[in-house]
Design a protein around this ligand. Structure first.
Ligand code: PMP
Length: 406
């Protein structure tokens, strides 16, 4: 991999030289979605110009090319998260669809009345609502592990929630609202000691740190392409082979069947069993290109660099009068969530936008964790490897001006 140089990296992203409100764009909304490198944009064009076809069914040259490209992308995803086999990788629309797949297929089959599902206070709505729906359908109970004042899961409290009724534990590896990196390996081990299955929400992890699902030991791992430099509308579920093989389909249609009569239908083995209908072929190929791009940059390099940038950003923001950082766990990735004394978060977001600085203000689809801190909203600046100290300086300068008028 080449030498890691953010200002060179930036040039891979055409949109980063797009002026916004007459200013240089400072993109600090990476937790919402990342920008796309030229390699991904070009790969999509190449697919549509040279390979476009539906996959699997037709026996002609372009069908074979499209199928090869799609399956090569599945193998790239497998390699990127070190899954044992490409058969363990199911393409979905994103993290939300992936969690719903597990809830509706594995969950409906395995969760019964009186069972318990454990999540944490840090979860995104996508990792709350599907479990609530499953619990109310089954008469199961949703239990929530608390976090401390810095925004880290309290392990002793989490452990107390685990017991013989715990069927599933589902939690995020990195909080999108605060940036907290949860102690995933310990939490997974504890859950397994109680015989529970574990889903890890990797939506905010994959772009910031190396992920190895075998080292983590999780049973399911879910992520979205668009948060890791790939197109929208594509993501993946990893599931342990024994679990996937025992799971019923969750949607019926083409692609997922072996044989159909009016009396009886038999299904494909995984992953095809979970990919009914025509999938998002081009964007899956784009996801492969994005992961290849990130691998060339080096996920370890990104992790190291963003750690420095986060430290730089933390210090810069703490120097802004009246600014309170929300989420101060020692283990954090890529997120600076804050409020300013006397200012509404929308107002801050709007004023930053006038400077060409894109941040998110709002509840970040994680209302419970913000309410844990007595808030309905924060301003969130979130990092990617193409961000620089200059970007942070621009943010800090604008916030200073907002607070002091200078
Ligand atoms: N989980 C986490 C931790 C997230 O940050 C997000 C996206 N903000 C999601 C789940 C949902 O991802 P998507 O909207 O791509 O389905």
């Amino acid at each position: 991999s080449r030498i890691f140089e953010p200002n060179v990296l930036k040039k891979d992203f055409p949109i980063l030289s797009e002026p916004v409100r007459g200013k240089r764009l400072v993109w600090l909304d990476n937790a919402a979605t990342t920008q796309k490198p030229r390699a991904v944009i070009d790969r999509l064009s190449f697919f549509y110009e040279h390979e476009n076809s539906n996959i699997h069914r037709a026996a002609h040259t372009l069908a074979a090319k499209a199928t090869d490209a799609y399956e090569a992308a599945r193998e790239t995803v497998r390699r990127f998260i070190n899954a044992p086999s490409a058969r363990d990788i199911v393409f979905v629309r994103g993290t939300t669809e992936g969690i719903n797949l597990v809830a509706q297929s594995w969950g409906r089959r395995n969760v019964r009345e009186g069972d318990e599902i454990v999540i944490t206070w840090l979860e995104h709505h996508a990792n709350i609502v599907p479990w609530q729906q499953l619990c109310s359908e089954k008469g199961a109970r949703l239990r929530v592990a608390p976090v401390d004042d810095r925004g880290q899961v309290i392990l002793e409290e989490y452990e107390k929630l685990l017991g013989p009724r715990t069927r599933l534990v589902s939690f995020t590896q990195v909080s999108n609202a605060l940036g907290t990196i949860t102690p995933a390996v310990d939490m997974i081990d504890m859950a397994h000691r109680h015989g529970a299955v574990v889903l890890l929400d990797g939506a905010q992890a994959v772009s910031h740190m190396p992920v190895d699902v075998q080292a983590l030991g999780c049973d399911f791992f879910v992520f979205s392409g668009h948060k890791v430099f790939a197109p929208t509308g594509i993501g993946a579920v990893f599931g342990r082979a024994e679990l996937l093989e025992a799971m019923p389909p969750w949607q019926g249609g083409g692609n997922m069947i072996q044989d159909v009569t009016f009396e009886r239908t038999t299904y494909q083995p995984p992953p095809a069993r979970f990919e009914a209908g025509t999938g998002n072929i081009a964007d899956a190929v784009g996801l492969g290109a994005a992961l290849d791009w990130l691998t060339r940059v080096g996920v370890h390099n990104v992790e190291r660099y963003e750690h420095e940038l986060l430290e730089y950003g933390t210090n810069a923001l703490l120097a802004v009068p009246g600014l309170t950082l929300i989420g101060t766990a020692p283990q954090k990735a890529g997120v600076l969530s804050f409020v300013l004394d006397g200012k509404k978060t929308e107002e801050v977001g709007g004023l930053l936008d006038q400077e060409g600085i894109a941040v998110r203000s709002g509840h970040h689809c994680a209302q419970p964790i913000l309410r844990r801190f007595g808030l309905e909203a924060t301003v969130r600046a979130s990092l990617a490897p193409y961000n620089t100290c200059e970007d942070i300086d621009a943010l800090a300068r604008a916030l200073h001006r907002l607070q002091t008028g200078r």
